[in-house]
Design a protein around this ligand. Sequence first.
Ligand code: SF4
Length: 430
Amino acid sequence: MVSVRNPHWREEELSLKEVQKKYTDVPKSWILKADMQRRGITFSQAASALADPEIHLLNSEGANRFRQNTDQVPNGLIMRDGSYLVIGNFDYASSQAERTPYLIDVVDGKLVVTDQDEVLDEIAGYWEKPDFFNKKASNGEPLSKYIACRPQRLEITLNNYCHFWDKPGEGCKYCPMSPNFKKSGKTQECNELKYIDEAFAEALKQEGRNEIVILTGGSILSGEHPFDDEVELYIKVLKLLGEYFEGRRFPSQLISTAFDERQQERLYEETKLMQFTPDIEVLNKEKFEWICPGKAAHVGYEEWKRRLYHAVDVFGRGNVTTGVVLGVEQAVPKGFSSEEEAFQAVTEEAEDIISHGIGIAANIWRATPGSVFQHHNTPSLEYYVRTLREFDRLQQKYQVDPFTDNYRRCGAHIGLDLMRTYQEDAAWQY
Ligand code: SF4
């Protein structure tokens, strides 16, 4: 039985402090950040008032999309250790979350994260918006409509609808993109490339801000072979962006479906793309087939892995990663019924993938509004800490050091923050 809110969750799982006490080899601040992603966060009016639209990146759709109780929601936090926390879809209204979210508040003039009125840590600030967000495209629309950003990276979503949803029941069950697109009443799936180009040109004018550009979007199944039209679209955009750079490659990442060998080779040969990230999402064949039926029908689990391994030959070691929605393998009724069983299965599969030189970029699963799994409960904090810590151990063992999906260039994948521990980052001390 799926339950939205379990009033006894605090008694049934280890608390933040208990997990921090048990896992002393990872920073306490890291465990707190993982739990903020897991439980979600809300903002007090005082904390919300510190978000200045003139200075900060705000989520203009936050109030509707994620049911916040305040007028404006910052897009991201800068934690006290200097790392980022992507708020995006991590925020919740307390009345609808399955566990009580943390509260970002102002106490004694400081921006802090609290739980049950206890101050747990200071927050360094909100993300600042880039200069190009104040400008407009030649059609009068704000340039922010065409390229989104984090403090250090630019993000282009090409297709806002995923065609795995064309056939009822084939969309990924944790993914809200296509249901929310349909609900919005929008019909234009892809922005005109002309305006993406204008936004990119303007974004590059701000020196010292951007480390990388990522491209992503919903899958497009059409073409002579499946996904050919999608590949064609990415090639077109990458060529456009590549014009701004003289070298053979520029810091860029494509997060997409698992294209076949020929499609991968085209992307590598015809563009200056650096990193390829076909997201496998679920680290178990049986659970993958249940949770991502579209991916299973059009590619298949074993074939997805085979294409991933081939990508290392094409793009090179360190330039291939795969995204995972960690925890979704425990969704009911067909997921793993115990955290121990899930841990064993998922880490075994992760080792197989990592041993091929592929980094795992794991997101913490949240039951996102609009998704099929929107009312599900997610795993305990201990499960996340234990599993992400094991992924990190495996990445060290096989010396996988992804260029783009590390804590500097991405910042969204909490597990990859652990790379700081052995890269002697002085800020990573508490
Ligand atoms: S393939 Fe990606 S965009 Fe499409 S439903 Fe799955 S997670 Fe969502």
